[in-house]
Design a protein around this ligand. Structure first.
Ligand code: FAD
Ligand code: SF4
Length: 571
């Protein structure tokens, strides 16, 4: 029998960037918040002497335990979905900070084009440019409306970067200057400028210099230690909710943080939420936490799963295209890269940081003419220097045996002489790509798992072919001795594909027919439920999502405060 706890004003499910930002903004405004997190609490001291590649990179210590909870995946509706038993494609966070503890920190804004993609595409290319099965839609917010929230996030996190012409307008420069340019970045800059492109340093949450943010949180500069992606930062140089927004919320005295607590359902009366039901993951005790407002910030997958398991909102139906929960799931597309090998050039590739690199804005959004192309949007073309780590990084030319003396010889030869010119392309929503509940598999608490039905589309394959030609051109200009281009996009494989940017499923928009939440991330069908995270994105841009989901979380926090004061739908 569950223990019923006293009612609270706000309960937040999940303490990553989305939950942490909302907790910080509400508690600073004097609102009492209960923050429920299924994993443990963390600080920078957890990572002291933590450069253990086996522990963090390969045994994924900071991530969700897939033996307790996972997703099931299939490529289309005629297949039976099977559980993802080991990490490959996306790596889901667990514990205070969420994936914001082990992320890379590449912190972009989306383009003005992204927020009004349907209107702007149709205006320029006509109503038939995009086939009807691609369910693109405007976001119900414009770039100008979201800009102040981007600015707020960047100041809080201390983003290091340089202003780029082909982006939307900024009200302020980045609060800290760009990261240093390593030799491969300088080469990339040189060759791409020669080709007429406009390279820029990737905006970074790894601080380029010591920085004190408006909340008074001071953090030191990045050491380019290379143990960044999939690791926590012992210096606090990487912006992480656990070293920025969550300590601020704790210091107000208004945050009651409950860790090791897994929410299995949002309690509701069919119209509004009444609270949440959760299980202590250590003792097995069950609790009912009544609340006036429920914020669901448990990442894309659990945001959708919790709503579906709680009967909140209308589930998406791919047969009819109706319903919004589970609609417009998008991933990102990474085919088209060219790996370069040099026989007689060496770079120090073993130093680096999660957000260190240079990128081109020339082939993103609508920054280039799509009149004669079979796709819309585009890709970021980039070189990055995360810092090679000895187990993961042994890139050898095709045809080399994958073990033995020859593998060792080639691995040593190219250790500092190979890197890819990468592609990260936008993903447009498709009627057949969606999320729902799996009819067979359940988690450790007996709740149905989330089922993903997803494959790359024709639009994705066309982008890949186009971008492959550009990366080849750049590699040639680099003077590569060996070039290997991934020319075609293979079918989606949940155990293999390498990108962890999932979006959609609880999308935002201007009306309740086509979206689940409004521009404050408030549910149309349950006004006291706010669903924060990249689940709100109607499509996925080519940029990494966290800058945008964090900006939207600042706006959601503003909306929740308004809702507490006045009630009702805010839009
Ligand atoms: C290796 C890696 C590198 C990345 N690099 C970048 C990058 O460079 N740039 C970028 O923009 N993005 C990057 N990302 C993505 C980024 O980390 C996420 O977009 C972001 O952290 C999502 O924030 P969130 O708050 O929505 O979700 P999360 O950070 O996942 O937080 C959700 C929290 O909810 C908790 N939770 C889930 N379910 C429940 C439940 N039922 N009950 C209680 N608690 C629950 C989880 O434990 C978690 O702590 C990266 C991700 C990974 C994995
Ligand atoms: S590379 Fe920089 S930000 Fe990343 S973990 Fe190392 S010191 Fe921290």
């Amino acid at each position: 029998m569950a223990t019923k706890l006293p009612k609270v004003p706000v309960v937040i499910v999940g303490m990553g960037w989305a939950g942490g930002i909302i907790a910080s903004e509400l508690t600073k405004a004097g609102v009492k918040v209960v923050g429920i997190e299924r994993g443990k609490d963390r600080t920078t001291s957890d990572y002291l002497m933590g450069h253990d590649e086996l522990r963090y990179q390969h045994r994924t210590e900071l991530m969700q335990d897939l033996s307790k909870e996972t997703i099931t995946s299939r490529n289309n509706r005629s297949m039976t979905a099977l559980p993802m038993r080991s990490y490959g494609t996306f790596i889901v966070g667990d514990g205070v900070g969420g994936a914001g503890s082990h992320w890379n920190g590449q912190t972009y804004r989306f383009l003005p084009y992204d927020f009004e993609i349907k209107t702007l595409t149709e205006q320029k290319y006509g109503p038939n440019k995009v086939k009807p099965e691609y369910t693109i839609q405007d976001w119900g917010i414009t770039y100008d409306e979201i800009e102040p929230y981007y600015d707020k996030f960047e100041k809080m996190a201390g983003i290091s970067g340089e202003t780029v012409e082909l982006y939307g307008k900024r009200s302020n420069p980045y609060p800290t200057g760009p990261m240093v340019k390593t030799p491969i970045m300088k080469e990339f800059e040189k060759v791409t400028k020669k080709l007429g492109f406009s390279p820029y340093v990737i905006p970074s949450s790894n601080l380029s210099e010591t920085y004190k943010n408006p909340d008074g949180i001071q953090r030191g500069a990045c050491q380019y230690c290379a143990y960044c992606e999939n690791f926590g930062c012992e210096y606090g140089a990487k912006a992480d909710p656990a070293v920025t927004v969550i300590p601020v919320a704790k210091n107000t005295g208004n945050l009651d943080l409950r860790t090791h607590s897994n929410v299995t359902r949002i309690l509701n009366d069919g119209k509004k939420a009444t609270g949440v039901f959760y299980v202590n993951t250590i003792t097995g005790e069950e609790f009912e936490q009544p609340a006036d407002v429920v914020v669901v910030a448990s990442y894309v997958f659990n945001n959708v799963r919790l709503l579906l398991n709680s009967g909140l909102g209308k589930p998406y139906n791919p047969e009819t295209g109706t319903g919004a929960i589970g609609k417009n799931y998008c991933y990102q597309v990474t085919g088209g890269a060219t790996t370069i090998f040099f026989n007689d050039k060496e770079f120090n590739l073993y130093g680096g940081a999660g957000a260190l690199g240079m990128e081109l804005p020339d082939f993103t959004g609508d920054n280039f003419d799509h009149s004669n192309l079979n796709f819309i949007h585009g890709a970021g073309i980039r070189v990055t220097q995360y810092g090679n780590r000895p187990i993961a990084n042994n890139t050898v030319p095709k045809g080399t045996p994958s073990w033995g003396a020859e593998f060792k010889k080639q691995s040593i030869k190219y250790a500092n002489s190979t890197f890819p010119v990468k592609v990260q392309a936008a993903s447009m929503p498709h009627r057949e790509n969606y999320l729902d509940l799996d009819p067979t598999y359940k988690d450790a608490y007996g709740m149905p798992l989330l089922r993903m039905t997803y494959d790359y589309t024709e639009q994705d394959r066309e982008i890949v072919k186009y971008m492959a030609q550009i990366t080849k051109k750049i590699a040639k200009e680099f003077g590569a001795d060996i070039m290997e281009t991934n020319e075609e996009q293979a079918p989606f494989n949940v155990n293999k594909d390498g990108n962890t940017h999932n979006t959609g499923g609880v999308i935002m928009g201007a009306d309740s027919e086509t979206s689940a939440v409004n521009s404050y991330l408030q549910m149309w069908d349950a006004e006291n439920v706010f669903v924060a995270g990249a689940s709100a994105f109607p499509h996925n841009s080519n940029y990494n999502p966290t800058g945008t989901l964090s900006a939207l979380s600042y706006r959601a926090a503003e909306g929740i405060i308004k809702y507490i004061q006045q009630g009702g739908l805010l839009v």
